[in-house]
Design a protein around this ligand. Structure first.
Ligand code: MG
Length: 160
């Protein structure tokens, strides 16, 4: 059996924060604001994984109100969600994500982000798609105030 999952995340940009996306640091004047390391890409993929198995979202397992989650490495969140998928008897086939942000230009970092994500997920780089686009100057994302990520994943049971 195959199932798909969809996840989305948005974080505001703020000064004095590192920009972490897909588990790597990207040179940027501003980073994303959040209780964890604010890795919106890993959060969207994490929620896509949970969505594929009709599970609650990451906010339920890693509540922003929990001091233990402060500054948490989002790779930990992603590994937790991948384990949930495995516990349900599924394996991850592929993930695809779209990052929307006005700046910085993310194209040079697509390859390292795909490699980083593939490593955490235990799948081939070939099975990780990442696209980056701008919002053409529209709304808060277009004004450079925030970054959004939309991600989908496919999971399947081991036995066909
Ligand atoms: Mg988030």
């Amino acid at each position: 059996m195959m199932r798909i999952g969809l996840g989305e995340d948005l974080h505001r940009f703020a000064s004095g924060r590192k920009l972490i996306l897909g588990g790597i640091e990207i040179p940027s004047e501003k980073g994303l604001l959040g209780h964890s390391d604010a890795d919106a890409l890993l959060h969207a993929v994490s929620d896509a994984l949970l969505g594929a198995i009709s599970c609650d979202d990451i906010g339920a397992f890693f509540p922003p109100s929990d001091p233990a989650c402060a500054g948490i490495d989002s790779k930990e969140i992603l590994r937790f969600c991948l384990n949930k998928v495995k516990e349900k008897g599924y394996r991850l086939v592929n993930v695809d994500a779209v990052i929307t942000a006005e700046s910085p230009k993310l194209r040079p970092f697509i390859a390292p982000m795909r490699e980083s994500l593939a490593e955490v997920l235990g799948i081939e780089v070939d099975c990780v798609g990442i696209q980056a686009k701008t919002n053409e100057g529209c709304d808060a994302i277009g004004n450079g105030e925030a970054l959004r990520v939309c991600a989908v994943c496919l999971v399947e049971t081991e036995e066909k």
